[in-house]
Design a protein around this ligand. Structure first.
Ligand SMILES: [Zn+2]
Ligand SMILES: [Zn+2]
Length: 340
């Protein structure tokens, strides 16, 4: 059963008011009036974000951690799906082949059928001579999983077929979008004086990044994309425009989230939403965004986050987004996850 919270009720009231203003009959909500819901699932240092469209189509970006945490993280993703009233994943985007992003996939598949698997191609992480190599999931287990659905290797500029959303791939496998999104492409003043860092040969630089437009609302989520690729994407011209919601890249690490990306995306206004660090890991927000972001509750730019969340209540942090407004990003009140 759907759990209504205070903020959820406010969102619902707004939707009803909109429906009446448009002359829609009664209280029935057509999909045009329902919100986009975004669940930033607490996978404790990894990433998993569930998008549920007004028509109930689902996109999951990443599946949390591997190993002993995989069951926990898959349970939390399934809890988010249950909260949204959905029973399948229509599109799974695996941003890159690091265990904190694909690790829960096998467990998620046991809970939620996945129709389309999207990635940048096989794992290209340079081997670490100090570590024994585990079998490469992207070349062994993964093809067996996507054999049950369809498989897409994403390229920048591709459009993911999600009804009601304009879902654009903007980075993949080290390549970045060349043609600006509609309305974007202006010179980016935040590039001034910003230098590239050392080349990043890791999987992070190959992250599949998405820019998702829903009416007037845009959210950008770029996985663990690192600094130099951000500069390729955003300099000298900003090919993404602005975003109303930015899911913080790379767990908030300062080797991502460069000023040309963050300042340009949020130059009008914006909301940052991060992911919780794993225990013991310093969660270092880049200084230029430290006043505007917090996990898991989003805060409008310039408003200090009034939230110090404690573990155990963080698994679900859905954001309801109206297609009719550029600014109404309302985090629904956090609800207990019901899972540990
Ligand atoms: Zn990561
Ligand atoms: Zn990574």
């Amino acid at each position: 059963m759907r759990r209504h919270t205070f903020l959820g009720a406010v969102t619902a009231a707004g939707v009803v008011a909109t429906a009446l203003a448009l002359g829609a009959p009664g209280f029935a909500q057509s999909s045009a009036q329902r919100p986009l819901q975004i669940y930033v699932v607490d996978v404790e240092g990894g990433n998993a974000v569930l998008y549920v469209t007004p028509s109930g189509e689902t996109v999951l970006i990443d599946t949390g951690n591997a190993g002993a945490a995989a069951v926990r993280d898959a349970d939390r993703i399934a809890a988010a799906a249950k909260d949204a009233g959905v029973t399948r994943i229509d599109h799974l985007i695996t941003t890159h082949w690091h265990g904190d992003h694909f690790g829960g996939m096998e467990e998620v598949v046991k809970r939620l059928p996945i129709k389309q698997f999207v990635d940048h191609g096989p794992n290209e992480q340079p081997p670490n001579p100090q570590q024994p190599q585990a079998p490469d999931f992207s070349r062994t287990t993964y093809p067996m999983l996507y054999a049950a659905g369809t498989h897409m290797i994403a390229k920048p500029g591709d459009k993911l077929a999600v009804a009601g959303l304009d879902w654009r791939i903007v980075t993949s496998n080290g390549d970045v979008l060349k043609t600006p999104l509609a309305g974007a492409g202006r010179p980016n003043a935040a590039c001034a004086g910003v230098q590239p860092q050392d080349p990043d040969a890791s999987e992070n630089a190959r992250s599949v990044g998405s820019a998702i437009t829903f009416g007037k609302f845009r959210v950008v989520q770029l996985g663990d994309l690192t600094w130099n690729k951000e500069l390729e994407l955003m300099c000298p011209n900003n090919r993404l425009g602005t975003a109303d919601l930015f899911i913080i890249s790379h767990h908030g690490l300062a080797i991502s989230n460069s000023p040309p990306l963050v300042h340009a995306l949020l130059s009008l206004q914006g909301v940052l939403l991060g992911s919780k660090p794993s225990t013991g890991q310093a969660f270092e927000l880049p200084s230029q965004v430290s006043a505007t972001s917090h996990w898991p509750v989003s805060a409008r730019q310039g408003v200090p986050p009034g939230c110090t969340p404690s573990a155990g209540q963080l698994a679900l942090a859905p954001v309801h987004v109206s297609a009719l407004s550029q600014t109404s990003v309302e985090p629904r009140q956090r609800v207990p996850a019901g899972v540990s």
